[in-house]
Design a protein around this ligand. Sequence first.
Ligand SMILES: [Ca+2]
Length: 267
Amino acid sequence: MGRSISVIFILSVATYASCCRAYAVESVNLLKNPSFEEVGAWRTHTADANDVADPRSPIQAHSGNYSAYTKATTIGGDGYALVSQDISIPIGSNLELSFWLYVKHHELPFHGYVKGFVTSSGGRFLDVGIWSGDPPKPKANEYRFQARVEKYDTWFRIGVDLGKLWIDEASFPRDDTITTISLGIYNGLVYALPKNLLQLEVFFDDVFLGPSVGEEEPSFTWLTIAAASLIGATIVVAAIVRRRLRSVKRPCTVCESPVRGTLGQIL
Ligand SMILES: [Ca+2]
């Protein structure tokens, strides 16, 4: 009986694991080349020749062998560097945006911003990133989600429920379509910092934009765990009851045996 319970338990776990794995696979990234492993899909933008935007840099990678590298300096003036991709994704409440980034540590703390952002056909901007100091207040068509640098010189992830931010927090209309996604940095003179000194270097990798599976997964998980627990508990109770019934009957079958004492000890 013990072995059969184990087998059923293992089968339950295996079934649960395969369910969850299949469910996770349903998460579809709507971006092309999100890990920067291939050539193409991303365009680059820089302020001048002193800035760098490389959509396929082999220097760092969160996954695979490449990431997007951006570097901006105040040498020669304002500095910014971006990579962007044209898309067409209708706003939905379950849209999720996430990306990994690696901010290089420099002698001076960075001044400016590091961000991922989307723009829409309705002329709206939703920014997700890190701003130093006290950035200007967003305009009516802008929404800003402020994160922070968790650690320098290592990869960390920023993720948001883009659809919920768009609809519930920014109060932007739902009938809009995201037309571009961009990732990049700005290290500019708007912060009145010394010229020819500052630079900012950030890598981006594994960008995700697509339907979120985070909302439904917990209820699915808890339902599955509850059902599995109920089945498991029923099996265990049935096994205990059966065993007790046997042990109740057993003394009658051995009561006439001369070796009852020995059997009783064994049983
Ligand atoms: Ca990569």
